[in-house]
Design a protein around this ligand. Structure first.
Ligand SMILES: CCCCCCCCCC(=O)SCCNC(=O)CCNC(=O)[C@H](O)C(C)(C)COP(=O)(O)OP(=O)(O)OC[C@H]1O[C@@H](n2cnc3c(N)ncnc32)[C@H](O)[C@@H]1OP(=O)(O)O
Length: 216
């Protein structure tokens, strides 16, 4: 961590959340400003390019210096997780969270949540296919979304099983669907599918537990 990072971490205030991972602060579309989406896209491109880059020694030296300078500038703007744009910008793919594969929600209703999702170069597993872990990340997030829709409350994943049925391609718009199969008390049983066109890539079977008041 740089000195700037150390300073940023020290500025994190008392944790304002009230159970789960939902902040008191309202979800907004203006944190980070009107160009925050472009910023996120540039970060994603950086991740994509880094995944495939093979820089020579001279370029590595140059890139390290550029990235150090960039990281120092970014670290100076760090705030706590509850107020950062990443994860709260509902107008951007995956709520502006660049750690998630980008998806855009197309339907939210009694049948659950449907989204168009694209794994990118950064999500490479092998031979131009998505890494299975990233497929699980996608299911966890969209599954958690479907659980929240079904119970109108925050829940956490107790287990999540993925059946990998066929190769999940990169850089291809996919259809991800998650829905509440049944609810038993605090237990929300979520199912999900991931399709490339008509081809089933993966299926999810998961349990989310509704959090009690104040539960972390
Ligand atoms: C719109 C925004 C959308 C955002 C989406 C974001 C989604 C991201 C979701 C996540 O990634 S959360 C992070 C990953 N998950 C965790 O870190 C959870 C870690 N585990 C825990 O915190 C607790 O184990 C958990 C909250 C899941 C459950 O603990 P509790 O103490 O609240 O529940 P309890 O142990 O009393 O169990 C309640 C019921 O669930 C059952 N249960 C709990 N864990 C189970 C399990 N693993 N398998 C089967 N059943 C399970 C348990 O048997 C019991 O059944 P009964 O009511 O019938 O007796």
């Amino acid at each position: 961590m740089s000195e700037a990072n150390d300073r940023a971490v020290e500025t994190v205030d008392e944790d304002p959340h009230e159970g789960g991972f939902r902040a008191h602060a309202a979800i907004t579309t203006d944190r980070g400003g009107p160009r925050y989406g472009e910023f996120s896209e540039q970060v994603r491109l950086l991740m994509d390019n880094a995944r495939y880059a093979c820089p020579d020694d001279e370029l590595v030296d140059e890139l390290i210096e550029s990235l150090k300078a960039l990281n120092d500038r970014l670290a100076d703007s760090r705030i706590d997780e509850w107020h950062s744009p990443a994860g709260t910008r509902i107008d951007l793919p995956s709520r502006g969270n660049i750690t998630l594969p980008p998806y855009v929600v197309t339907e939210v209703n009694d049948n659950g949540v449907v989204a168009e999702l694209t794994f990118r170069d950064f999500h490479l597993g092998g031979n131009n296919a998505a890494h299975g872990g990233h497929v699980a990340v996608a299911f966890d997030d969209v599954g958690g979304f479907a659980s929240a829709v079904a119970i109108q409350h925050v829940s956490r994943t107790a287990y999540l099983t993925v059946q990998y049925r066929s190769i999940t391609p990169l850089n291809t718009p996919l259809r991800i669907h998650a829905w509440a199969d049944r609810i038993e008390g605090r237990k929300v049983f979520i199912k999900g599918t991931l399709y490339d066109g008509d081809r089933l890539c993966a299926e999810m079977d998961a349990l989310f537990i509704k959090l009690n008041p104040g539960q972390a």
